[in-house]
Every structure is written in C-alpha cells, then in structure tokens.
Design a protein around this ligand. Structure first.
Ligand SMILES: Cc1cc2nc3c(=O)[nH]c(=O)nc-3n(C[C@H](O)[C@H](O)[C@H](O)COP(=O)(O)OP(=O)(O)OC[C@H]3O[C@@H](n4cnc5c(N)ncnc54)[C@H](O)[C@@H]3O)c2cc1C
Length: 467
C-alpha cells in the first residue's frame, strides 16, 4: 500500500473529564449512566447523530426478546431502558393486537405471554433516540455527537484520553478513565491492548435491516399462524427449543429465487420483530452478508450498497409472495449496517463456551446473563431460569491501565461471543464498567486494582442482580 507521512501538529483539548465513554450503544449508554450516577464527571462521545448503537442505527428494538416466563436476568439499566421507553410511549407491545384466542394460547404456552401480558415489549427505535437523550440529560452526562475517536492519548501504558475528528476538526478529550464501548474495541486496539479477530470468512454476518408499512397485519398473522416457523429452523438447539415459535420467514424469498427474481447465490431469510396497528412491521432482519470485516472501510462500503440492493429484492418478494403485503411499501432502511463481530480484547479473563453453557459462577461477578446463545448455528434460549455470571475480568484489557471495555468486544472465545454480544449482556458489562471506573477514581487506584466488593455493592444498589 502506498504511504505518505502525516505531519504532527498541536491540537486543542476539547474537554477534560473524570470518565470518558466512547460509543453510545447499549453498552456505552449504560456505562455513562452508571458512572454519572456515582457522581463523577462523565462525557459520552458518539460518531453518529444519535445514541442507541445498533438499537437506533440498525432498527433492532428487541433488547429483551430473550425473555420467557422463567427467564431471570440482571435488571439494572437494561431493564430501566424498557421501563422508561414504555413510559415515554417508545415501546411496541409485540402481541397487543393479537385477538385470535388460539394464537394467544400458543404465546402463553411458549412463555411469551403471562396472564395476558407480554413478557417483553419491543423498543420503538425511532423514539428511543429521544429516550436516550432524556436519560443522558437527567444524569448530567456531557453528550458529544458526530464525533469519532480516532487515536489515543497514552503515557507509559496508561490511557489519558482520545483524539477525535469531527466538523470542529481534530481535537483531544482528556480523561482519568476511559471506557471503550465502540463495539469494535477501537480504543483498546489504538492503545495497543492485545485483541483477537477471527479470519474474515469466519466472522458473523452483517445485516442491512429494513421496515415496511401498508401491511394487512391480520392477513399476515393468519399466514404466519398457518406456516409457523420454529427456533429449530435456525440451527442446533439444546432440544427444548426445537419447536419453539420463531418469526423465521423464508418462503417468499425462496419463491422469488425460484422465479429468478433473486440470484441463486443470495440467501434471504428474515426474522421480523414487531408490528404496529398502523400496518407496519418495523424491522426485518433478513439480509445476511458474510466475508465482511467491519473494521475495513472498503468492506463496509461494499456491504452497505449490496445490502440495500438485497433489501429492494426482499421487499418485492414480500409484496409478491406474502399474504397481507400486496400494498406494502418500504418504510425504512437502517441508517447504518448492523455488525455483529470484529475485534475482541484479550482480557484478564476470557469467558468460554463452557462458561456460558454451564452456568459459570465468578467471585468477581458484575451481573448475570440468562443462558442464551444465538450465533454460529446455535440457538439456545433462556426458557429455564438457568444463567451465568459475568466476570469483571472480561472487561479488563491486558497491558493498558485505566481502560475498561464494554459491550460486544469483551474478552471471550468464539461461541461465548454468541452470548455476550446480546444487548442484555452488553448492558451488564456497560453498567459494570461505569461503576468500576467511578469506584477506582474515588479510591484513587487504577482500574485493575479496584475493590470488586465495592463495585458489587454499588451495582446492587443500582438494581443489578450479580448472584
Ligand atoms: C442485525 C442485528 C440484529 C441483532 N439482533 C439482536 C436482538 O434481537 N437482540 C439482542 O440482544 N442483540 C441483537 N443483536 C446484537 C446486539 O445488537 C449488539 O451486539 C449490541 O448492540 C452491541 O452493543 P454495543 O454497545 O457493544 O455496540 P453497538 O450497539 O454497536 O454500539 C457501538 C456504538 O459506538 C459507536 N462508535 C463506534 N466506533 C466509534 C468511534 N471510534 N468513535 C465514536 N463512536 C464510535 C457506534 O456508532 C455505536 O453507536 C443484533 C445485532 C445485529 C447487527
């Protein structure tokens, strides 16, 4: 690759803070809220124009779709998101307008409904942009949008801040503690912390999500009822999930392929997540593209453009071959590609497949996650009440001091990623990182030496279940 030398220059310090959180997805939001609520100055930096990460950028409102009648989870800020969103009219009741008693019975049997109430509601992802703003303002966090962290300020292996690029130019933000919630471990990588990344052809697929309007929901639900998909359609299950209801929809796309309207080598299989009384299905998660490295700008560009082409094919197939879709229109395309996997830090502890499959317990637990694996052809749902504990060691990178990492890039092996990447788990690692950063500051110790019993006590006070 041809190279040029970039001249060094003196740049302004945009702001200084106690805790800097980079990335405003589920993990970053929780990290910033948890730190600020412990009374430390907190800045939250996000490269796009709204907070929420995959929720608001890729239209994924199913923060709690894992929840069944017997599921236990950590609570904390993840559950607060749902509660506050509901209070602000930013949720959609997934089964609210199902009147068909047979379908209600199915949902009750599945554990998706208890005493006529749904076990979870889907976030209305457009309004969640506003919900996140309100939560940030209430907690007196300093928000910075449209600003990318592109380098680190580091001294003697201790992180001191980041360099940013925005319309205001190249500037620094100095911080006593930094939390990397970029999803891709950008900050840990730039700071020289060890990480791993699977070969490109083994990374999880990326997705351009879309929504439709103008649907006759009654007709569509009857079609779904008569052509019920199940979790067994996804891949290997633990047995109990085999016949569990799933919104897996593939027939219209297969028919379009057979008719030569979708190329032979393109697979479209969609999970649709929620519908509204206004005749919308707000999110189709069906365009899955492999062999894309989401830390490579050429790959990102290719996937966005190819993804949108496939969305157009998918909408045409839905209109032509799906009952209820005759008058349907494309409503939205996610403002960014949805990405599932890239760099994972090598942590003080690296959580394993064995841990997430066997209810692991840890002395340094910062929360719990229901036994839930979704990825690499495995689908295990938390229908039983089984759960694993999330250790502090997976958010603590090696070599770099005063840096914590939260969200999908925490330390762990390939299969454990299919558990820790879930938004519920990202909220746990985010909240844990925020509290740990605040405690280490107040006690004047580096993050690696934080008193974990103090962190656990505060997490409990913040409503997190850690045992
Ligand atoms: C299509 C799709 C469907 C999914 N469905 C579900 C589901 O139904 N349920 C579920 O629980 N999980 C689901 N997941 C997984 C889950 O959404 C993600 O793993 C989770 O959002 C990761 O959270 P995060 O906070 O770590 O990262 P993200 O949500 O990716 O947030 C990272 C944030 O950091 C910002 N950022 C990145 N780099 C920088 C930088 N250098 N400077 C400044 N800002 C930066 C990004 O813009 C983004 O806002 C899905 C994922 C995808 C892609």
């Amino acid at each position: 690759m041809k190279k040029i030398e970039e001249p060094s220059k003196i740049i302004p310090v945009m702001t200084e803070t106690d805790v800097l959180v980079v990335g405003g997805g589920p993990a970053g939001l929780c990290a910033a809220l948890a730190a600020a609520r412990e009374g430390v100055d907190t800045v939250l930096v996000e490269r796009y124009g709204c907070f929420g990460g995959v929720i608001t950028q890729a239209i994924i409102g199913t923060i709690a779709w894992y929840r069944y009648a017997k599921t236990v989870d950590a609570g904390g800020i993840g559950v607060e998101f749902e509660r506050r969103a509901k209070e602000m009219g930013a949720t959609i009741n997934i089964i609210g307008n199902i009147k068909n008693p047979e379908m209600v019975e199915v949902l009750e049997q599945e554990g998706l409904m208890v005493n006529g109430e749904p076990t979870y509601e889907v976030l209305e992802t457009e309004i969640f942009k506003y919900v996140a703003d309100v939560l940030i303002q209430e907690a007196r966090i300093t928000p910075i949008l449209h600003c990318s962290a592109v380098d680190v300020v580091i001294d003697n292996n201790t992180i001191k801040g980041v360099i940013t690029e925005s319309k205001s130019g190249r500037q620094a933000i100095l911080a006593k503690r930094v939390i990397d919630a970029t999803g891709d471990a950008d900050i840990a990588y730039l700071a020289g912390a060890p990480f791993r990344k699977s070969p490109k052809n083994e990374l999880m697929e990326v997705t351009v999500n879309f929504g439709c309007s103008g649907i006759n929901i009654g007709k569509f639900l009857m079609y779904i009822y008569l052509n019920r998909g199940s979790i067994g359609d996804w891949g290997e299950t633990s047995g109990k999930e085999e016949d569990t209801f799933s919104t897996y929809l593939v027939e219209p796309f297969n028919r379009a392929r057979e008719a030569g309207e979708i190329p032979e080598d393109v697979t479209i299989e969609s999970y649709w997540t929620n519908y509204t009384d206004a005749g919308e299905i707000t999110s189709f998660n069906g365009i899955h593209m492999t062999d894309i490295d989401c830390t490579d700008v050429w790959d990102l560009t290719k996937a966005e453009i190819e993804g949108r082409k496939r969305v157009m094919w998918a909408v045409e197939a839905l209109k032509k071959y799906t009952p209820g879709f005759k008058k349907a229109r494309l409503r939205t395309i996610g403002s960014s590609l949805g990405t599932r996997e890239s760099r994972k830090i090598i942590g003080e502890y690296n959580i394993t497949e064995h841990d997430v499959r066997n209810e692991a317990r840890f002395e340094d637990s910062i929360g719990i996650c229901p036994e839930f694996i979704d990825g690499y052809g495995i689908a295990i749902l938390p229908t039983t009440g089984r759960y694993f504990q999330v250790p502090f060691g997976i958010i603590l990178p090696q070599k770099v001091e005063n840096l914590l990492v939260a969200g999908r890039c925490v330390a762990g092996d390939r299969i454990s990623h299919a558990a820790t990447r879930q938004m519920a788990c990202c909220t746990v690692t985010g909240q844990g990182a925020g509290v740990a950063a605040a405690v280490s500051l107040k006690d004047n110790v580096i993050c690696r030496q934080v008193d974990i019993s103090k962190v656990q006590k505060i997490l409990k006070e913040q409503g997190v279940r850690i045992e």
